[in-house]
Design a protein around this ligand. Structure first.
Ligand code: FAD
Length: 488
């Protein structure tokens, strides 16, 4: 029986384990912290659970007055766009966080149960790759369990799927109380009064939006010109505008150099963030969201012939092979795309490849992703930058939701649908949806991109009236009309 050892039980690891077991291999997963990995225990699942509460509060705050909702006693509730919040609803953060942690643990248990049911052996401990490959091609992995006992496993192939951890700045080390990283926020019992979020990438933007919705006064520090650098610029502009309108202090071109706790006697503990130009910002709490570092150190990887980039990420090819024979890698430790779905795909591909099943190499042009802010930003496939920078010859149409009948009924003003199709063929190659629950609306565009559908095909499919997805069909019709006008 082919022996597979997987180091790391996040989506990259456990999804690979399920596939390998299905294909008849003898599979062992070694994990330090619990199955589901950081994705389930500290990152994706907890943040989205917190955001579920924030989402309800935003929806209520931003549209109830317009929709004519009054609270008991006839009072109108809610915030005002200037940020002087007059709120009738609030969040019990201790309760929210207990729910978050309960749900994450339950999810980890569910994954452990289904992986074990599939016949996979799960070992709790820290895995390390031994340097030599045996003449028969096998590899050895040493597992140190939580009590420090170690044992050796022999594998015909090893998958490294060890994920990453939050990057720290030397002068802004989290203390877990006032200066926090994203894994530590769920221990808070009280809502931070004034939260400084350092970093305006996806993680920083999601937490800044969530805590603002929950009731914190938020300052978002961005080292770049705008929030969400690297994302669709139109989508980032909508989000930044919404953040500012709701009262967030968004500081562009501001690089945080240090964060420290200060005590001024009167107010008690506070945090002071110093920017590289010397300015200081004060708040009650600070959340550091300045990227992640792969968990690839001290694992014997380079000694075993696994090439790492300067960043520490493992170099892989499109079927997840590393530079060491018999060693594959998947997920955040490869730095390919920090998404649970991509980690899982890389892990499955590794197993299909090693176990001789049909395998399609990883294709990043069909990845769909979502930023869970309000509004959400969902993307699929080729981007506006691909068009603007001449990497593809394509047409783009962007339709604001303001013109959508359902959006008007629901009081939705911010957001748009963008569709990208190839010149000549009209094949849909990408799209962006900025809307509440954009994560649910992007799927028809994903299906189109994955199957090479044309704008004509999208345009002629029925949509429900009234519906936000009607704007996707409308965007397709506009592209179709342009196509016709230009004689294809
Ligand atoms: C705040 C936040 C929110 C996110 N939200 C989303 C989202 O909404 N959607 C999405 O698709 N992605 C999201 N992501 C990204 C997603 O969490 C990661 O892409 C995903 O976790 C990667 O999975 P992985 O299998 O590579 O590693 P992980 O999930 O990081 O799992 C790695 C596992 O390996 C273990 N490990 C590490 N070293 C060893 C060792 N030597 N021996 C044994 N075990 C080891 C770790 O303990 C961990 O359990 C988010 C990330 C963050 C930070």
């Amino acid at each position: 029986m082919t022996r597979i050892v997987i180091i790391g039980g996040g989506p990259g690891g456990y999804e690979a384990a399920l596939v390998a077991a299905q294909l008849g291999a003898e599979v062992t997963v070694v994990d330090r912290d619990g199955l589901g990995g950081a994705s389930v225990l500290t990152d994706c699942v907890p943040s989205k659970t917190l955001i579920a509460t924030a989402e309800v509060m935003t929806t209520f705050d931003s549209s109830h007055a317009e929709l004519g909702i009054v609270l008991d006693g006839g009072r109108e509730a809610g915030g005002d766009p200037g940020g002087n919040r007059r709120r009738m609803i609030g969040a019990d953060l201790g309760k929210v966080n207990r729910r978050v942690k309960r749900l994450a643990l339950a999810q980890s248990h569910d994954i452990t149960a289904s992986v074990t049911r599939a016949g996979v052996r799960v070992l709790r401990g820290r895995g390390r790759l031994e340097p030599d490959q045996a003449p028969d091609g096998s590899r050895r992995v040493t597992v140190a369990d939580l009590e420090g006992e170690s044992r050796e496993l022999v594998a015909d192939a090893v998958l490294v799927a060890t994920g990453g951890h939050p990057r720290e700045l030397a002068d802004a080390r989290p203390d877990g109380e006032r200066i926090l990283n994203w894994t530590q926020v769920y221990d808070m019992e009280e809502l931070p009064e004034e939260l400084i979020v350092v970093g305006s990438g996806v993680t920083g933007a999601e937490f800044a939006g969530a805590y603002q919705a929950l009731g914190s006064r938020v300052t978002l520090i961005s080292s770049r010109d705008r929030v969400l650098p690297g994302e669709d610029p139109d989508a980032a502009a909508v989000l930044e505008d919404v953040f500012r309108r709701r009262g967030m202090n968004v500081m562009a071109r501001s690089r945080a150099a240090a964060a420290k706790r200060v005590s001024d006697g009167a107010d008690g503990d506070r945090v002071e963030v110093t920017l590289s130009d010397g300015r200081t910002i004060s708040g009650t709490h600070c959340l550091m969201a300045v990227g992640a570092v792969p968990n690839t150190a001290d694992m014997g990887l380079e000694e075993a012939g696994v090439r790492l980039r300067d960043s520490g990420h493992i170099v892989t090819d499109r079927v997840s092979r590393t530079t060491a024979p018999g060693v594959y890698a998947a997920g955040d430790c490869t730095g390919v795309f920090a998404l649970a779905s991509v980690a899982a795909m890389q892990g499955r591909i590794a197993m299909y490849h090693f176990l001789g099943d049909t395998v399609a190499p990883l294709d990043l042009t069909t990845v769909s992703a979502n930023i869970f802010t309000d509004p959400e930003i969902a993307t699929i496939g080729r981007t506006q930058a691909d068009v603007d920078e001449g990497r593809i010859d394509a047409r783009v149409v962007k339709l604001p939701l303001l013109r959508n009948a359902r959006a008007k009924m629901q009081g939705i003003r911010d957001g748009f649908v963008k569709l990208i199709c190839r010149q000549g063929t009209g094949i849909v190659v990408g799209g962006v949806v900025v809307a509440p629950r954009a994560s649910e609306l992007i799927h028809p565009i994903s299906v189109a991109v994955d199957n090479g559908l044309t704008v004509d095909q999208i345009a002629k499919a029925f949509t429900v009236y009234p519906s936000l997805s009607g704007s996707i069909a409308e965007a397709a019709r506009q592209l179709q009309a342009r196509h016709r006008a230009e004689g294809r």
